[in-house]
Design a protein around this ligand. Sequence first.
Ligand SMILES: Cc1cc2nc3c(=O)[nH]c(=O)nc-3n(C[C@H](O)[C@H](O)[C@H](O)COP(=O)(O)OP(=O)(O)OC[C@H]3O[C@@H](n4cnc5c(N)ncnc54)[C@H](O)[C@@H]3O)c2cc1C
Length: 305
Amino acid sequence: MGDFTVEHSIIAEIAAGYGAKILYNEKIAGYTSFNIGGVCDTIVMPGSADCIRELVTACRENGIKYYIFGKCTNVLISDSGLRGVVILIGNEYSAVKREGNCLICEAGAPLIKVCNAARDAGLTGLEFAYGIPGSAGGALYMNAGAYGGEMKDVVVYCEYLDSDGSVKRMEAADMDLSYRRSVFTGSDKVILSVCFRLSEGDPEAITGKMAETMQKRRDKQPLEYPSAGSTFKRPEGCFAAKLIEDSGLKGYTRGGAQVSEKHSGFVINRGGATCKDVCDIISDIQAKVFADSGVKLECELIPVE
Ligand SMILES: Cc1cc2nc3c(=O)[nH]c(=O)nc-3n(C[C@H](O)[C@H](O)[C@H](O)COP(=O)(O)OP(=O)(O)OC[C@H]3O[C@@H](n4cnc5c(N)ncnc54)[C@H](O)[C@@H]3O)c2cc1C
């Protein structure tokens, strides 16, 4: 681990050419909302679409393993870290531009920033997303949603890097957006920017709706602890949190991981939780809920190793 190999030097050269931040042998935990994840060989934080394209192309052409993340708020990263190159598309690539009633956002733009930009422009439609801690790119990948809204309702098109290294545009109708899934799920396409269409609204009403949404989150979710949000997808016709609670698992603990006492749908990091603790607690929850109710809980968070 940590050898400055030829592979690393190719990536280092590209990063240097674009002035992108690059880190070696860096623990990724501090970059994730779960505060979990081991030491990674190389982490790059690109600041432009060209830099992303060159990094990804170099990795593909040289057989270097690579990972694309946004704000790392829906991933559970291995305690052994990740080999190869981790490309974090975050604050460094996060400009938000208004065009009429649309906001065109670089993929790393935090949703909070996008929602604030919509409010400042007097545009309504994104209030539901206020408080989802991910990036525009990550949110589109996941078709993130809350309180009756989802990305599907507001996305018009995106630009993405395709498997052949070319930059393309895709309209929302072609994205197969469904519950926490999109055409990007499991593919090697990299989302570069997202266009949201909103409508003119009353700034005071927008501000009020955003505050209300945030208050609901504060009241119901264990925001005081690191987590990856809802651990499981919503099963057909019921709620994961209710099934978990009915199985008597509220507060159940494995190592530093715990089923939140405030919201049983969240596994939280009570302090020092490892990826293994979280994987163990997830297996226990799935087994007990299945035994009690016959429902198979499917993970919403994405384990990465
Ligand atoms: C406290 C809390 C509350 C949450 N509440 C909600 C909620 O209400 N609703 C909801 O839907 N989610 C919620 N989440 C989960 C999470 O914030 C969303 O899924 C979010 O959209 C993930 O964005 P991200 O940038 O963090 O993606 P990451 O976690 O970095 O990545 C998630 C997946 O997207 C891929 N990806 C990320 N960026 C790109 C890109 N540019 N191109 C291609 N692939 C990419 C990654 O490879 C990975 O597979 C919550 C999480 C937390 C911690």
